[in-house]
Design a binder for this molecule. Structure first.
Ligand code: ATP
Length: 310
């Protein structure tokens, strides 16, 4: 089973406007509220691929109830810790020129009892998990290196830990308990404190993370596909050009594809192909965390993987 952690889920509201003019009253032609947060996108894509993930994290208030109800509707199993605060709402405004403007709330503050409740739930589900995916930011009130604790819990139970977060919480959680991280270029620059201009820069900047014990690294590069590194291989994943509609959630979809591959004992190259196919498919639709299996079948044949010399 795949367990998916989302500490800070949200109701994501997507507004489509003709033009986005600051300081005016505007009418949205299209509004689409969904249960969001990076981990929930991952869980939705895993579900569409045909596996049943279980979601953990924190939910609170009416927004929390809405999110839980949305997950229940699509039969995604969940066992969130109920908190006193109100889960957040995040806005994505897309204008006629397809520019995306996101407004993200920080989300509720959680306390020590919430963390203890979460840990007892996590401890139980790890018993029957092969892979754990943790995606997105920590909640306010959590120790900045909390993902390190999650890594230790996974290590004790022999569970493969995939972490997709950024900034200090990623930096502070780098350890030998990380099976995979998936920074994009911006996140990699923050993590390595280096400017990345091309694939070679990305590879060179990342190698020290392998020395620190991270087992596998996927550097996602949007339309340029992905670079993969571990101690044995460096792969350049080349993807075909596509007409994208909304790339928000493509990173989460690619994580879902990789996790699905690991769960089902796919070869490394097949995990990478599925990861990129899911990221690409998500980019073809307005809905975040939606993929189409017909696209996936097509992309799997078109993606090429080249090996770099170490
Ligand atoms: P997010 O944070 O929005 O989830 P990300 O920045 O973490 O995304 P990206 O690098 O944008 O991740 O995308 C992940 C994968 O999705 C890419 O490696 C690629 O396979 C696919 N993808 C994303 N954008 C495009 C695009 N414009 N054209 C084709 N494929 C794309």
């Amino acid at each position: 089973m795949i367990t998916v952690i989302t500490f800070n889920p949200s109701i994501d509201r997507l507004y489509k406007l003709e033009t986005f003019k600051i300081g005016t009253v505007q009418r949205a032609n299209f509004v689409n509220p969904t249960a969001g947060g990076k981990g929930l996108n991952v869980a939705k894509v895993i579900k569409q691929l045909g596996e049943s993930p279980i979601c953990l994290g924190f939910l609170g208030g009416y927004n929390g109830l809405y999110i839980k109800n949305e997950l229940d509707k699509v039969e995604i199993v969940n066992n969130f810790t109920e908190i006193n605060g109100e889960s957040r709402i995040c806005l994505n405004i897309i204008d006629g020129d397809k520019n995306s403007t996101e407004i993200l709330e920080k989300g509720p503050r959680i306390n020590e009892d919430d963390i203890l409740d979460f840990e007892s739930k996590l401890d139980k589900v790890l018993e029957s998990s092969k892979v754990l995916v943790a995606s997105g930011s920590l909640s306010q009130g959590m120790p900045v290196d909390y993902y390190k604790t999650v890594g230790e819990m996974c290590n004790r139970k022999g569970v493969k830990f995939i972490l997709d977060t950024s900034g200090r919480s990623l930096e502070m959680s780098i350890s030998e308990n990380l099976y995979l991280i998936k920074p994009n270029i911006e996140e990699l620059e923050l993590l390595t404190h280096k400017k990345i201009n091309n694939k070679e820069d990305a590879i060179n900047a990342s190698k020290f993370l392998l020395e620190k014990g991270v087992k596998n690294i996927c550097i996602s590069m949007g339309k340029d596909g992905m670079i993969f590194l571990n101690k044995e291989h460096i792969y350049d994943v080349k993807i075909p050009k596509i007409e994208v509609l909304n790339t928000v959630g493509s990173g989460d979809s690619s994580i879902a594809g990789f996790a699905y591959g690991v769960l089902n004992d796919y070869s490394l190259k097949d995990c990478l192909k599925l990861a990129n196919s899911c990221g690409m498919s998500n980019a073809l639709y307005m809905e975040t965390g939606y993929i189409n299996k017909k696209d996936i079948a097509l992309f799997l044949n078109e993606i090429k993987i080249n090996e770099y010399n170490y």
